[in-house]
Write a protein that binds this ligand. Structure first.
Ligand SMILES: *[C@@H]1O[C@H](CO)[C@@H](O)[C@H](O)[C@H]1NC(C)=O
Ligand SMILES: *[C@@H]1O[C@H](CO)[C@@H](O)[C@H](O)[C@H]1NC(C)=O
Length: 335
C-alpha cells in the first residue's frame, strides 16, 4: 500500500465516523413561536415548512434535542393536558420519522400563559418527547466523547416580567405575582454563580435585544442582562418577535432570536432601541416560509447557523468556550 492509499482509507474512515455521529459535538435546534392557530387545520403553512426542514436537519446533520422557545399554542395556549391541540399543532406537524425520538425541552411564552401552562407541564407524562418539568429549570449536557459541559437555564420570562398582552404598550411592565418573579430571579442568580460548565446558555421567550415589532424587553435589559454579563454567560436564546436575529454585545454575549416557526414579520420598528453595532443578522422576509437556529457545541466553540425553511443556510457565527473556572467580572481579581 502506498501512502496515498493509506491516506484515502484514513479519510474514508474519518468521513464514516463523522457520519455516524462520532464527532465530539452536541447539536440542537432552537425554535420559537411555532404554535399553529386555534381553528382548523390548527397549523400554518410556515409551521409545516419549518417542521419539515427541522426533520431534514435532524436526519442529515444529527440533533440531540430541540429547544422550544415558547408560544407553543396560539392564541390562548391549551386548556388541559388532554387538549386536542397537542395532537393537532404538535404531534401531527412534527411527525416525520427522524423526529420521533428527539426530545423537546419546552418553556412557556405569553400566549401559553393565556391558557393553562400547568397542562403543558402535565403533558410531559403523556408524550414521550415533550419535556417541560416545571416553569423554570436547568438542563445539563456533556459534549459526547469529550469532557466539555453545557448548562442551559430555561426561564419563564412571563412570570418574571408580566404578560405583554396586559399592557397597551405590549411591553411586559410588571409581573402578576412579585413573589413568584423574585423566587425565579434568585434561583437563577444562585445557579449562575455556581455554574462551572464550559458553555452556559439562558433561554426565555421574551428577547433582551430585538430590532423588530416588540423590540427589547425593558424588564429583561434591567434585571437579566447584568446577570448574564456578570457570570459570563455564552448566549441568550429567545423568540417572541416573528423573525430570525443574531445580536452580540461588547461583552461577547450572543443573542439568538428564533421566533419564525409559524409567522414571519418584516418589521424593524425598534432598530433605534438596540445599541449601535449589536445587530449582526436579521431575516424577516415576508416571502420566507420561516426558519430556526441550529446550534453545534464542540469542546472548542459553539456555532450557530440560521436555517430557512427552504433549506438555505442564511448566517453562521461562532462563540468561544468560557474560560475554565470563569469568575464573575469585577470579583476576585487574579493575583
Ligand atoms: C389545567 O390543566 C390541568 C392538567 O390537565 C388540570 O388538572 C387543571 O384543572 C387545569 N386548570 C384549569 C384552570 O383548567
Ligand atoms: C476527560 O477527563 C478525564 C479525567 O481528567 C481524562 O482521563 C480523559 O482523557 C478526558 N477525556 C477527554 C475525551 O478529553
Amino acid at each position: 500500500m502506498d501512502t496515498c492509499t493509506v491516506l484515502l482509507i484514513l479519510q474514508a474512515s474519518l468521513v464514516l465516523s463523522l457520519a455516524d455521529g462520532a464527532a465530539p459535538v452536541l447539536r440542537f435546534v432552537a425554535v420559537g413561536d411555532w404554535g399553529g392557530v386555534p381553528n382548523p387545520p390548527f397549523y400554518t403553512a410556515r409551521e409545516t415548512a419549518t417542521a419539515k426542514e427541522i426533520a431534514r436537519t435532524v436526519q442529515v446533520l444529527g440533533t440531540d434535542f430541540i429547544l422550544s422557545l415558547g408560544d407553543n399554542f396560539y392564541y390562548e395556549g391549551v386548556k388541559s393536558a388532554d387538549d386536542k391541540r397537542f395532537q393537532e399543532t404538535f404531534e401531527d406537524v412534527f411527525s416525520a420519522a427522524s423526529l420521533r425520538k428527539v426530545p423537546w425541552y419546552v418553556l412557556a411564552g405569553n400566549h401559553d400563559h393565556l391558557g393553562n401552562v400547568s397542562a403543558q407541564i402535565a403533558y410531559s407524562s403523556i408524550s414521550k418527547r415533550w419535556n417541560f418539568p416545571s416553569p423554570f429549570y436547568r438542563l445539563r449536557f456533556k459534549v459526547p466523547r469529550s469532557n466539555a459541559s453545557v448548562a442551559i437555564f430555561m426561564l419563564d420570562t412571563v412570570t418574571l416580567c408580566g404578560n405583554s398582552d396586559d399592557f397597551s404598550s405590549q411591553q411586559p411592565e410588571r409581573p402578576r405575582d412579585a413573589a413568584v418573579a423574585r423566587t425565579q430571579l434568585s434561583w437563577l442568580k444562585k445557579q449562575l454563580a455556581a455554574a462551572k460548565e464550559d458553555y452556559v446558555l439562558v433561554a426565555g421567550h421574551y428577547p433582551i435585544w430585538s430590532i423588530a415589532e416588540h423590540g427589547p424587553t425593558r424588564c429583561l435589559v434591567k434585571q437579566l442582562l447584568p446577570l448574564l454579563a456578570q457570570h459570563k454567560v455564552t448566549a441568550y436564546l429567545c423568540g417572541h418577535d416573528h423573525n430570525l436575529q443574531y445580536l452580540q454585545d461588547e461583552n461577547g454575549i450572543g443573542f439568538v432570536l428564533s421566533g419564525a416557526g409559524n409567522f414571519m414579520d418584516p418589521s424593524k420598528k425598534h432598530m433605534h432601541k438596540v445599541p449601535n453595532g449589536y445587530l449582526r443578522f436579521h431575516h424577516g422576509d415576508s416571502n420566507s416560509m420561516g426558519g430556526f437556529a441550529y446550534v453545534e457545541i464542540s469542546p472548542k466553540e459553539m456555532s450557530i447557523t440560521y436555517i430557512q425553511a427552504s433549506g438555505k443556510s442564511l448566517f453562521k457565527t461562532r462563540l468561544p468556550r468560557r474560560a475554565r473556572h470563569a469568575r464573575p467580572r469585577g470579583l476576585h481579581p487574579r493575583a
